[in-house]
Design a protein around this ligand. Structure first.
Ligand code: ATP
Ligand code: MG
Length: 177
């Protein structure tokens, strides 16, 4: 029988307050976007996508993430963008803070011996907010939101009816949170 696996990714996970702020900030998209709005419970910023991981490796993945040393992250969400494949409209940052690029690089280094990561692309910090969106609607730039993250999470992703279901499995704290 095939070995049991779980679909996993690491992410910054918004607080309930930030989730509400994000939802407010993307209000103009309700009318302007032709795609499907992603429910605010699902908002997140992916740091590393692991895809299917054999369950027997998950404890090692958690241990590896505990070795990641990083500083709290201050991120300004200040622009919209579209990934033409997979047709996602996102709310993200024009700038990549050093602390965030260090976190992503450290995480990849720690995970490399355990899982096959996709080749690194340019890391664009973003929160996906609309699916099935082919192009950027004509909109005013969004409100600027500050995201102060002092931890990151490991998430289990499952296909729910019509939407992804995410479960936070573990949290990892910054060195000087
Ligand atoms: P679904 O695939 O169920 O429609 P989803 O894309 O949100 O929903 P996942 O595919 O599990 O859920 O992806 C989890 C996170 O990882 C998402 O933020 C997604 O954009 C990101 N992700 C998925 N595939 C990749 C990839 N190949 N490279 C980088 N990030 C990815
Ligand atoms: Mg996906």
């Amino acid at each position: 029988m095939a070995e049991p696996t779980q679909r996993l990714f690491f992410a910054l996970w918004p607080s309930a307050e930030l989730r509400d702020e994000l939802l407010q900030a993307v209000t103009p998209l309700r009318d302007a976007a032709e795609g499907r709005l992603i429910p605010s419970e699902n908002y997140h910023l992916t740091l590393a996508f692991l895809d299917r991981v054999p369950e027997r490796l998950i404890p090692d993945v958690v241990t590896a993430a505990k070795f990641v040393v990083f500083q709290p992250i201050n991120l300004a969400l200040d622009c919209y963008g579209v990934f033409e494949q997979p047709k996602v409209l996102w709310y993200g940052s024009r700038e990549l803070p050093e602390s965030l690029s260090v976190l992503v690089a450290e995480l990849r280094d720690q995970l490399a011996p355990l899982v096959a990561l996709r080749p690194e692309r340019i890391f664009q910090p973003h929160v996906s907010v609309v699916r099935q969106q082919n192009q950027l609607p004509n909109l005013e730039p969004p409100a600027k939101l500050l995201w102060q993250a002092s931890d990151f999470v490991l998430v289990h992703s499952e296909y729910g009816p019509g939407r992804a279901n995410y479960t936070v499995m573990e949290r990892f704290s910054a060195a000087s949170a």
